[in-house]
Write a protein that binds this ligand. Structure first.
Ligand SMILES: C[S@@+](CC[C@H](N)C(=O)[O-])C[C@H]1O[C@@H](n2cnc3c(N)ncnc32)[C@H](O)[C@@H]1O
Length: 259
């Protein structure tokens, strides 16, 4: 698919492994005039951009502040208004805790065409890469996704831990540095200390590392292992089943249900 001039494409880069980007996203990336990218986007992907493409890094890095959202919106609008095709490459899916919708609104508000190319979201892909299904027949019929970063734009930024404690699987994003706060919230709402938990860092990449533990011990274990962000935490019985023997997994899945 050839990108149209004067258009911004909000493209999901997937969770980390360059092979998990969509074919459509890759085709646009290979032909775009301008590529505006975030920190979580694999450097390997940028090698697919045209040799003469303008590459703009707007991500936060060690010792470097990220470019403000307002500035990013302006950049996208300016480049597209100058008649160029722009790929805005964002980690995972552009709308999943990614501020992609704000960029879409900014473009449309300025009269710039904006097309969304969904990406493989880390929320389910990273657990899957660690062998953990976020839903599982007979074990987990519901899952919730929360961010540990709260307080932006919400009147009450506290999570409803009582409601979360009734969800089978809870997936926590952006939780590396607030893990103890979330864990305490779930425990206070009645989630048992023995509840299985997994933390996965740099999922789907060669740097992937995992810690498997329980709600009562996970904070200590993650600190001990010096797990780094980006990290996803999965809370629920699916974590235990992912580590069980085949016989135990079959018993958990089917129980008395017909196979
Ligand atoms: C700002 S959010 C963006 C999420 C992204 N839009 C998506 O759909 O995956 C960044 C958070 O996603 C999670 N994350 C993204 N990629 C990850 C990866 N490869 N391994 C572990 N966690 C990841 C981490 O919790 C990280 O702090």
């Amino acid at each position: 698919m050839k990108p149209a001039r004067s258009t911004v494409y909000l493209v999901g880069a997937g969770p980390g492994d360059p092979g998990l980007m969509t074919v459509r996203g890759m085709s646009l990336l290979q032909q775009a005039d301008v590529v505006v990218y975030d920190r979580l986007v694999s450097a390997v992907l940028l090698e697919f951009a045209r040799g003469d493409a303008e590459l703009i890094d707007v991500g936060k890095g060690p010792g470097r502040k990220s470019v403000t959202q307002k500035k990013i919106n302006q950049l996208l609008v300016e480049r597209a208004t100058a008649g160029r095709s722009v790929v805005r490459l964002k980690g995972g899916d552009p709308f999943m805790f990614g501020r992609g919708f704000e960029e879409l609104v900014a473009c449309r508000g300025a009269g710039v065409d904006c097309v969304v190319i969904p990406g493989v979201a880390s929320v389910a892909a990273v657990p899957a890469a660690a062998g953990i299904p976020v839903t599982l027949r007979g074990v987990a019929r519901s899952f919730a996704v929360i961010t540990a970063k709260t307080g932006v734009g919400l009147a009450d930024s506290r999570h409803d831990y009582d409601a979360l404690s009734r969800i089978d699987t809870v997936v926590i994003l952006m939780g590396r540095h607030k893990l103890s706060t979330i864990v305490d919230g779930l425990r206070c709402a009645g989630r048992a200390d023995e509840t299985p938990v997994a933390c996965i860092s740099h999922g789907t990449t060669p740097r992937q590392r995992e810690v498997f533990s329980t709600l009562g011990k996970i904070v200590e274990r993650v600190e001990g292992a010096a797990l780094e962000a980006p990290m996803i935490t999965v809370v629920g019985e699916v974590v235990a089943v992912s580590r069980a023997t085949v016989d135990d997994a079959i018993a958990a899945i089917y129980g008395s249900l017909p196979v």
